[in-house]
Ligand binder design. Structure first.
Ligand code: ATP
Ligand code: MG
Ligand code: ZN
Ligand code: MG
Length: 471
């Protein structure tokens, strides 16, 4: 890929989130991630090339120097900042406009800075599917926060019983963000119990919202519909999936295919990359480390029957992707209610000593010393500015982990292809290789903390109001 000879016809629309828009190369296994801006203030907030370059460089450094060591080398691909011709981005923007989902069009793609982030296309699986007829399958899950706050600063009792995602659902429904409640509960997904994880993934399939997407051969084949009233068609998905699972004309054909697919996702989420990984037999001793106290793993809003929860499951294997994400999320151990006063302490201090902002690394640089600050924070508040500043950094890192996505890519391998043992997964007769990555690891701004504090109150008040009104 030569950056000075970029042609918009080599790229196509791939997807987008709230902060960025992604295009994929039609031949090489690469994507380009471009920033987005609110359309009404695109003129005012537009950054100069240098500012934009620095902004994207910050994203790369934060991912590489902070999130990667915390989440595990093997899961994170940080990419590189690239300068791209303005002509190319303008043409590209015109070309893809009609493919963008309506609910995302409140923002416009950055066509003025000439900078972007180049990443491997994680919906492909590089070496293995070579020569295979069936294209790779990729499941993207945005799991959200997988634990109940355990901080003594939490004031509302419901926060200890119902998880943030489940409470937020009611708020989003009321605000018209979605038309139906999702039955997905992150606490089920992070439980490590195959039974609960199965239910969590099934609920994601039934109501994907922005928490689940499925790609085949790099193309999006399953996600929430642009017309939010419509539900995505599971039968259509089964039509895509069945060739990957060798089955005869079972009378429960589609249920079997979906069930095997869900089990495959579970195994990948629990795998640790060791040769003896996903079986239940090795989940003892060291492997059980990420077991939370029982009170923290039950969400009362989860559709999962409480009786079945008595046996909470074995916990997560230590190095699996879910354990890594959960441990990082749990750096938020004060909850926003305990963190907000510390944020104010920092704010007050910085008003007096603005030059200290750099030394405390409140917005970077994201280097080894930032990571050190995040990893070594005194357990007790000694009333110092150091303590407050470090807790704020930890909170920001936890926020990133609560907002990231997991990509699981499967590809069938021919009978004669030799695989490294840890790359193979075999819950069914077919041979599938897989790889797991984590994406969307942007730094969450220091300035967004007051917003988080207000949002927390709004969500809880709304949840209490809406659930207490029920007979
Ligand atoms: P959010 O609103 O969740 O914060 P965002 O604006 O930060 O999202 P991303 O999540 O990074 O943007 O990217 C948007 C979408 O593009 C992802 O959900 C994913 O489907 C796709 N995507 C991003 N990076 C890659 C990649 N390296 N390979 C394949 N697909 C990708
Ligand atoms: Mg995202
Ligand atoms: Zn829940
Ligand atoms: Mg993001």
């Amino acid at each position: 890929m030569e950056l000075d000879k970029m042609d918009e016809n080599d790229w196509k629309y791939h997807g987008e989130g709230n902060k960025s828009l992604v295009v994929s190369h039609v031949q090489h296994s690469r994507v380009l991630r471009l920033l987005k801006y609110p359309s009404e203030d695109a003129e005012n907030t537009r950054q100069t090339t240098e500012q934009a370059f620095q902004h994207i460089l910050n994203i790369v450094e934060y991912s590489r120097n902070v999130m990667k060591p915390l989440l595990g080398e093997k899961y994170v691909h940080s990419g590189e900042v690239v300068k791209i011709p303005l002509d190319f981005v303008r043409q590209l923007s015109l070309k893809i406009q009609q493919e963008r989902p309506e609910l995302r069009c409140d923002k416009v793609m950055d066509t003025f800075s000439g900078c972007g982030l180049c990443l491997p296309n994680l919906t492909h699986l590089s070496p293995c599917h070579f020569g295979e007829r069936r294209p790779p399958l990729c499941v993207e899950i945005k799991p959200k926060c997988g634990f109940l706050p355990f901080s003594r600063h939490v004031t509302k009792d419901c926060k200890r019983k119902v998880c943030r995602f489940c409470m937020h659902q009611h708020f989003k429904l009321a605000n018209g963000k979605w038309n139906r409640l999702s039955r997905y509960c992150p606490l089920d997904l992070f439980s490590g119990s195959k039974q609960r994880m199965y239910v969590a993934i099934k609920n994601l399939l039934e109501e994907p919202q922005n928490n689940l997407k499925i790609f085949k051969g790099g193309e999006l084949i399953y996600s929430c519909k642009d017309d939010a009233k419509q539900q995505p068609d599971l039968n259509e998905l089964v039509q895509h999936l069945w060739p990957y699972f060798h089955h005869g004309n079972s009378h429960q054909f589609s249920r079997t295919v979906l069930s095997e697919f869900i089990q495959l996702i579970c195994s990948a989420l629990l795998s640790t990359g060791d040769s003896n990984r996903s079986g239940d037999s090795n989940r003892s001793g060291e492997q059980r480390k990420v077991q939370l106290a029982e009170s923290r793993v039950l969400c009362e809003a989860s559709p999962f029957h409480r009786d079945l929860l008595r046996n909470c499951g074995p916990g997560l294997p230590k190095d699996c992707v879910l354990a890594k994400i959960l441990q990082t999320q749990m750096m938020d151990n004060l909850d926003i209610e305990g963190l907000y006063p510390l944020y104010k302490r920092v704010e007050q201090y910085l008003e007096e000593f603005p030059k200290e902002r750099n030394r405390l690394q409140m917005d970077g640089p994201y280097d080894a010393s930032f990571l050190e600050k995040v990893k070594t924070c005194p357990a007790e508040d000694d009333c110092s500015i150091e303590y407050a500043a470090r807790k704020v950094l930890q909170y920001r890192v936890a926020m990133t982990a609560k907002d990231c996505s997991i990509m699981i890519t499967f590809a069938p391998c021919g009978e004669d292809e030799k695989l490294q043992p840890h790359l193979e997964i075999q819950p069914t007769k077919s041979r599938l290789a897989f790889s797991v990555s984590i994406l969307d690891l942007d730094p969450k701004p220091y300035e967004s903390i007051p917003h988080q504090y207000k949002l927390d109150t709004k969500i809880i008040n709304y949840y209490l109001k809406s659930t207490q009104e029920l007979p």
